[in-house]
Design a protein around this ligand. Structure first.
Ligand code: SAH
Ligand code: AVI
Length: 333
């Protein structure tokens, strides 16, 4: 049988995306402490480096989540009964296949909608999924899951998924608002499956973000390559050291880039001329670690409730299956 249909579209025009990049970089690099949004790791090289991270011995997250997903995909599909799969931050789409296969086995697979900032990853994954699942309509939206969710259109018989623990890369103060916006794209009875990296031994956590082969360090420095490519900056990525540590008070891993010498950096596309002293740092990512309890507290008032909690025998990682609750009378969603 012929493969399905696929297309990829930007959620907003490319010049608007470029303006947003310049604004966000200007805001982050002129703030104290300095920071950059972690979505800018993911150009093609960053996507490939992330995929290399997922194969590292220290990075237990991906293989653990994949095992849980393989075991529970059928049950999740039986519970939600979706005809459409929506994935936020879909990347290579490897785990997407497990869910699509479960939906196909249930005889209910019609549509798949992927949202990611990486247009190249979307092109590759939409084409591959359309050819692997005959009759499937696959739509890729190049956009930001924090700002562009309305580009997903109306829900109904929809299973949304947000895997890898990427929700951990959102500041916890912003998570309830984000979940509320996700709920607004769903109808009562729809499901939202969220992957969460769990609180655990600090050494294990820190090793996952500072691997012996130095892949995570290269991934971290890649954000500077992206600013060089897209904003004409003249960062010397080799002059920044990879820093990753667990902040127990916030229950998050923080990644930073630390200037190893004094340097001046121009970022013409953002109108910046920056001076770094040795030891000056840029925060590039937080990766929050959750417990069932700490995650559940973030659900209050979002329109989503916890239906199932799946984890592995070592409780390294969890998949939380959230259900869209009916809007209370007089509610504003
Ligand atoms: N879901 C895949 C990939 C996870 S890596 C997996 O489980 O392996 C995180 C993915 O989210 C990357 O593909 C990255 O491009 C995307 N991403 C990161 N920040 C984003 C944002 N703000 N909006 C949309 N996509 C984002
Ligand atoms: C995509 N996200 C869940 C990864 C994480 O673990 O926070 C990104 C990553 N950062 C360093 N290694 C992997």
């Amino acid at each position: 049988m012929a493969g399905g249909l696929y297309r990829v579209e930007p959620a907003r025009a490319h010049d608007a995306q470029a303006a947003r990049l310049a604004d966000e970089v200007r805001a982050g690099l002129t703030a104290r402490p300095r920071w950059l949004p972690s979505k800018y790791f993911y150009d093609d090289r960053g996507g490939r480096l992330f995929d290399a991270i997922t194969r590292l011995p220290e990075y237990y997250q991906t293989r653990t989540e994949e095992r849980i997903l393989a075991a529970v995909a059928g049950e999740v599909v039986a519970h939600v009964r979706p005809v459409e799969l929506v994935e936020l931050g879909s990347g290579s789409g490897r785990k997407t296949r497990l869910l699509l296969a479960a939906m196909a086995a249930a005889g209910r697979l019609e549509r798949c909608l992927l949202l990611d900032v990486n247009a190249h990853a979307l092109q590759e994954s939409t084409r591959a999924l359309a050819s692997e699942f005959p009759g499937l309509s696959v739509h890729g939206v190049e956009g930001d899951f924090l700002d562009d969710l309305t580009g997903l259109g109306p829900g109904g018989s929809r299973l949304a998924v947000f895997l890898a623990g990427t929700i951990g890369n959102i500041h916890p103060a912003d998570v309830p608002g984000f979940l509320g916006r996700c709920a607004a794209q769903l109808e009562p009875g729809d499901g939202f499956l969220v992957g969460l990296d769990l609180v655990k031994d600090v050494r294990r956590l820190e090793a996952a973000y500072d691997d012996a082969a130095g892949v995570t360090a290269e991934f971290n420095r890649n954000i500077l390559h992206v600013l060089n490519d897209r904003l004409g900056a003249d960062f010397d990525p080799g002059a920044f050291e990879h820093v990753a540590f667990y902040d127990a008070a916030h229950a998050w891993i923080e990644m930073r880039l630390r200037a190893s010498r004094a340097q001046r950096v121009r970022v013409p596309g953002a109108g910046l001329d920056l001076a770094f002293a040795p030891g000056d740092e840029i925060r590039t990512e937080i990766s929050c670690k959750y417990t069932r309890e700490s995650f559940e507290t973030l659900l209050a008032g979002t329109g989503l409730g916890l239906d199932r909690w799946y984890t592995d025998p070592e409780a390294l990682f969890a998949l939380a299956l959230l259900g869209r609750r009916a809007t209370p009378r007089g509610g504003n969603r």
